[in-house]
Design a protein around this ligand. Sequence first.
Ligand code: NAD
Length: 722
Amino acid sequence: MPAAARERATLVVEPTDDGFTVIRFLVPDRRQNVLTAQVLADLAAALDRLATGSPPRGLILESGRTGSFFAGADLDRLETLHTLEAAELESLLTAGKRLFARLSQGVPTIAVIDGACLGGGLELALACDLRVATLADHTQLGLPEVKLGLLPGWGGTVRLARLIGPGPAVEFAAAGEPVDGLTAWRMGLVDACVPAAVASENARRLLAIHTAGDRIDRRRRRMAEPFDLDAAERDFLAATATAVMLGRTGGRYPAPPAILETILAGSAESAAAAERRESAAFARLAATPVARNLLRVFRLGERNRRDHGVGRGDEATAPPRSLVAPAVVGAGIMGGGIAASHLRAGFRVGLVDVDPAALARSVPAILDEAAWNRSAKRTDPTAAVALAGRLQTSTSLSALAGADVVIESVLERTDLKQQVLVEIERAIAPDAIIATNTSTNPITKLAEPLADPTRFCGMHFFNPVRRMTLVEVIRGPATTDATVAAVVAHAKRLGKCPVVVRDSPGFLVNRVLMPYLHEAVEMVREGVPPERIDRVSRGFGMPMGPIELYDMIGLDTALYAGLVMDAAFGDRIEASPVIPALVKAKRLGRKSGGGFYDYAGTGPKARVIDTGPGAATVLARYPLPPRETQDRTIADRLFLPMLLEALRVLDEGIVRDGRDIDLAVIHALGFPAFRGGLLAWADSIGAAEIVRRLEPLADLGVRMQPVPRLLELAQSGGRFTD
Ligand code: NAD
């Protein structure tokens, strides 16, 4: 960015006819207002100028950009956090705090919050004496620092605790979820919530009311003093909040407990002391690998949002075509989930299935999911009725005539899929896009009978669609850039994280997942109890262990995926004989009441009742010689083959960029974000150490052999993520 552009003013200062002064922020060259160094300098200069003239009745801080008060701190600045010494960081924070403190020292101030008011933006608003939020849908107030492994560092924890009480403050800052204007008003975070059209006028009225008498002074005194919380209350709050946090994070994330500690201890002292405590806690968190990893994952997400899915991903390309008339073929588990995600994203969607019973079964589930109110944790019946009119079902493919994108999700049989894809192609307009949700069929093979394979690609969703954010967009040999870019953009409109991959067995996710699953079964055959393997995997940070995952996916599905991988990479990912044997014994996993484990009931919520004596009988037929089994070895055996496969994927050019591997494992497999992804985790160990850890596993064969890229990095001391 040229220096001239960088220095363009980020705010204007305007006196009003009735004696107030408005500071209106508009940060140039950004889509959102963010708190850049320039904003802070401009604000300081504006306050200096105001202090020299005759003081206005009050100061109104608002945004000149619709939908964006301040979306937070400037991420480029955050990026450098971990390079700073603690003392350097604390003095930077102190400078920011001093600036914000000026907003409650001179003339009374009020923030008019319309749009995103997040992180440092909310801290700025909290530093004002008063706040008005708008009722608009785009108004969101939140402190998402915890999601980056940090806590608010500009006095946010201190003011929040004094404003809404330490308990709610801990809950709000440790969860990091934003709230709308009305909720913020109910919490006491803002003083009023009004329609956007009257927000400025309302702010002036509020200021006028508060400046009469000593209300502002009393507020300022209250904000400077300790918060009155007795010891019993504090202990209770500490115990309950700690339990909730442990349940949510398994103790792997240091920010939530640091927020609790900072707010509780800070409430008992003066605001000035609490602010020093906050800065010190911030500096400690910023130095943790978890914060660095979370920040990296956040940046990967940002990069993904800008990437159109073609070329290198960072060059300017024509805006992708916007798809507006989607349809899904196949109303099974996946097709239903895909249709529901379209409804949630505001689309009208067509749904075709040859089987009228399947359609009838799917509709209530789709509407339930689409109208699910996340905060109320129940379906909103009014929304469900409204959405029903936006879901058009049919048993005939002729209903697809008006679609501009059709997602095929019928049974996983090559011949059936090819036949259905040809029929779809005949039914739709020549420029409409066709995507297949196949999990194992090569896109190249499915494209064979199509007249125009340029508009065809894979669009691989994960189960359950509502929860799993990854979508693999798979290029066939003829798929055009325009098709890929349109499908990538469409996936983003569904709130998904699309990663573009080349056609290859298992694509990306199943390719790196299968070695992990396979290794787990090998260990079970060696006599390691399944629950121990699952425990080690969860201890590593995975949401569930590999054996639990087998039972969740279904052993019949896993069997099929395993055969595909065996055919392609049998030297290292063999199909285990255990899986077909369990399928033959009708042990299909949760859905049949038993797989590796036994369950009370069937379905995804079935509870484990036993570790599966039924499975043990099957397993006993396929023993392997027992090996040394430290927990650490179990973890190495699970995750190192996953890494080796990811390195092969990189070498084969299956993904365009290694960063996509980290995003994919986090979004599709729940790989722990605090480890930064598979490659970032590998970096935390180092290539040379990984080679060393593979040595005692060498006799297990090719699957534990270092790949050339690993050996090169071990030699050069290079990093996996560079
Ligand atoms: P499913 O058996 O639940 O549903 C398939 C549906 O396709 C059925 O309702 C069936 O009536 C319908 N169908 C069959 N022939 C049809 C035709 N000629 N025209 C229209 N509809 C037809 O299967 P599912 O689990 O939803 O899987 C669908 C696809 O998604 C498969 O390709 C599968 O590999 C893939 N997939 C599944 C998962 C998973 O975990 N289930 C995950 C990712 C991808």
